[in-house]
Design a protein around this ligand. Structure first.
Ligand SMILES: [Zn+2]
Length: 252
């Protein structure tokens, strides 16, 4: 018994993200009653706000815009969603204008895409003449929400956050444990965190929208394994399907 267990372990391929492919979850069989409208916010891309710089020296605003375009395409292709994006190309859009637009369009949910930077940073060169920072000790996704405001809306935000995190875990994305979030976010279910910044620094897109809103920090942008994975079309499709299933569960 023991020896065969050991042998199995030795020959088994890595089964944990980011060393494995996530699964593309199937869409629910139930026919859609109506299309759900999703305001898909590509984080940053506002004046003086390019976001973080990844281990490949890519600005977060460029990553989120490209990811949002791909996720929107997968969601729309499913025939179950209308997706409105927050910005196109190099356009700069204020966060307040995004929330106003989502309200005007009566979006069912507001999903903001971001990447995180965390872990023990070190200098490295992804290419001979390029120098950036990397950290490989803190991978994983997180889903953020706010418990500020009206109880019914807070409950709907929490339901969306928990469903999205569960769906991502089901697809084999690994949740971040939250070690560096102490004092900023408080952990709930695996991968779910509530905003605990001091009141004046709380996150606008989590507390302002009148529809349920969340931020998905897709991965640690300083981790080259994750940053590379998230450039992959299959990974983006798997994420979009996980996100879409979760939204259908809470919004239909
Ligand atoms: Zn961000």
């Amino acid at each position: 018994m023991l020896s065969s267990d050991v042998a199995d372990q030795d020959t088994t391929a890595p089964t944990t993200w980011p060393d494995r492919e996530p699964d593309e979850l199937p869409w629910p069989e139930v026919p859609p009653s109506r299309r759900i409208s999703v305001y898909l916010d590509a984080g940053h891309g506002a004046a003086d706000n390019p976001g973080n710089t990844s281990c490949f020296c890519v600005h977060e605003q460029d990553f989120t815009r490209s990811l949002a375009d791909d996720v929107a395409a997968t969601l729309e292709e499913s025939g179950r969603f209308w997706v409105v994006g927050s910005r196109a190309g190099d356009q700069l859009v204020a966060y307040a204008a995004r929330v106003e637009e989502a309200t005007r369009l009566k979006a069912d949910v507001f999903v903001s895409l971001h990447s995180d930077v965390r872990g023990k940073k070190e200098a490295w060169s992804p290419e001979p003449t390029v120098s950036c920072q990397r950290a490989t000790d803190a991978p994983g996704f997180s889903v953020l929400y706010s418990d500020e405001g009206e109880a019914a809306l807070v409950a709907r935000r929490l339901a969306l956050a928990e469903r999205v995190a569960a769906s991502m875990r089901e697809a084999a994305f690994v949740p971040y444990g939250g070690a560096e979030y102490a004092g900023l976010y408080e952990a709930g279910q695996a991968g779910v965190f509530v905003d605990r910044h001091e009141p004046k620094k709380r996150i606008f897109v989590l507390r302002r929208p009148t529809m349920p809103s969340i931020i998905v920090e897709t991965h640690n942008a300083l981790d080259p394994r994750e940053a590379e994975r998230w450039e992959d079309v299959g990974v983006r499709r798997a994420f979009a399907a996980a996100l879409g299933r979760a939204i259908l569960d809470v919004a239909r």
